[in-house]
Design a protein around this ligand. Structure first.
Ligand SMILES: [Ca+2]
Length: 496
């Protein structure tokens, strides 16, 4: 049932009013078609300006407005192709075909993309590399979870983290002599080397690549070498990173090739304090929170640093490395306390803090945050008579305040009527996979109680995470990654 219809029945209006409301809804539909066209045009302009990520967001907004129009899907898939995300381009067309199964243009595009996938151009995933060069051992513990820590005979430490199919190797170097202490990496260490189970997963996902394909990548110093452990191998540099990949004598590689990717920043240790920059964000609209006070208290020390945000909600601080508790207060907002680790591998580091505005007596708030991937997680609040999500944002009992679609969150839902039996579920909308390693966490604010944060637990490759139930204001944590039937057909239930 469409939300408009639900509201009409609840209001118990007269027939005459119904006609007026129907006329208004039709007016809105026309308007929304114009809004759709405008968003597509804006996105087209962004493509011309080579602002691909912004264009992608704009096309997505257009699709949300008019999920039964094929143009949005087609253009979004092209935008994804431009940023070398053929996988997302295909997912987009699949969603389009779910909404408009008879579209010939979508079918053609689907065939074209799949054909392209077979030939699959080689592409190095910079996102993965950049994440390896910026995520500390502490961060992995917080977001992915550490699966296994194995000291090697040479004093190095091999680590497996959830959701990353690779061995991370930590070791002491002359530039960074404190990367390993005893039988474990230190908190702010980066891996010096990464060995992927399947190197092709980093290079575009096909099963093998010829030497000539690698030549066509923008790599430096490509050559075939004899490498002790591997026999023949290709060696090359890509940006700051160096690769050695086992190959045949002609330099052809496959998904079974042993490999080492060297992470340069792991061996550098920035000296002096780290410049911490960040923003305090309003959970219900994503705006900066001005005049917020931040108190950084260093763990195991009496060191305290106090700063305030400017009118844009931004702040900066010069801090020594280590773990800190940050207490954040601002007028009209619920106090926020967060634990962070200021790393040494960089001289500049950013830290965002999300604050929830104060609530009414009968209200609760749910804030979802996660890492860079999947790009679009969605909040779903379900109860016997309703369901609030991005396709149906408002009801008398609850509303989705803020939908985020490009990683990190926050994405925020407010319950206005605590009397009820609610279930909260998070959905990986683009079906990118990797929920378990998404670093997702949900903070629940209940009246008169300390906020409760639930970090995603467990494994499994379902696209839904059942987080908690809330019965008449009483919270029960579920925290289970499993198939959850949201009862939605993304085609017909999309709100206009
Ligand atoms: Ca979302």
């Amino acid at each position: 049932m469409k939300s408009g219809a639900k509201r009409l029945i609840a209001a118990g209006t007269t027939i005459a009013t119904l006609f007026i409301v129907a006329a208004v809804i039709m007016g809105l539909q026309t308007k929304s078609m114009a809004a759709y066209g405008m968003k597509i045009a804006e996105a087209d302009t962004l493509i011309e300006q080579e602002e691909y990520n912004d264009a992608i967001l704009k096309y997505k907004e257009a699709i949300d407005d008019k999920p039964k129009e094929e143009e949005g899907y087609l253009k979004l898939s092209i935008a994804y192709e431009m940023v070398d995300r053929i996988d997302y381009a295909i997912t987009t067309i699949e969603m389009g075909l779910e909404a408009i199964p008879d579209s010939e243009r979508l079918k053609e595009r689907y065939a074209e993309l799949n054909q392209g996938k077979v030939q699959n151009e080689l592409a190095i995933s910079s996102d993965v590399l950049d994440s390896l060069a910026s995520k500390s051992y502490y961060d992995y513990g917080k977001t992915n979870g550490i699966e296994k820590v194995k000291p090697l005979s040479n004093g190095e430490i091999s680590v497996r983290v959830k959701g990353l199919n690779a061995d991370l190797i930590y070791k002491n170097t002359s530039k960074n002599p404190n990367a390993v202490e005893g039988n474990a990496p230190t908190s702010d260490s980066l891996p010096a080397e990464v060995r992927f189970d399947n190197i092709m997963s980093l290079l575009g996902g096909s099963k093998s690549a010829r030497y000539d394909d690698i030549k066509n990548l923008e790599v430096e110093g490509l050559k075939i070498v004899d490498y002790q452990e591997f026999g023949s191998a290709v060696s090359f540099g890509y940006g700051l990173y160096s690769f050695i990949i086992q190959s045949d004598e002609d330099g052809n590689i496959s998904s079974a090739s042993k490999n080492i990717v060297y992470i340069p920043s792991a061996t550098n240790q920035a000296s002096g304090d780290t410049k911490v920059k960040g923003k305090v964000i309003n959970a219900i609209n994503g705006d900066g929170v001005g005049k917020a006070k931040l108190v950084f208290k260093k763990s195991g020390s009496s060191d305290t640093f106090v700063t305030k945000t400017d009118s844009k909600g931004e702040y900066s601080a010069e801090l020594d490395k280590g773990e800190y508790t940050v207490e954040c207060t601002a007028e009209g907002f619920i106090d926020e306390v967060k634990t962070v680790y200021v790393p040494t591998y960089t001289s500049e580091w950013s830290c965002e803090i999300v604050m929830s505005p104060e609530m009414g007596d009968n209200e609760a708030r749910i804030v979802l945050k996660w890492g860079s991937s999947p790009a679009d997680l969605d909040s779903h609040l379900l109860w016997n008579s309703g369901h609030v999500w991005f396709g149906d944002k408002y009801s008398a009992d609850a509303e989705l305040d803020y939908d985020d679609r490009d990683g990190y969150g926050p994405e925020t839902t407010t319950i206005h009527n605590l009397k009820g039996n609610y279930t909260f579920v998070v959905h990986d909308y683009l079906q990118e996979g990797g929920l378990a390693a998404s670093g997702a966490e949900v903070t629940v604010y209940l009246p008169g109680e300390e906020p409760v944060t639930i970090s995603i637990g467990g494994s499994g490759d379902a696209y839904t995470w059942e987080v908690f139930t809330l019965k008449d204001g009483k919270l029960k944590i579920i925290n289970d990654i499993k198939e959850y039937d949201l009862g939605l057909n993304f085609d017909s239930d999309w709100d206009l």
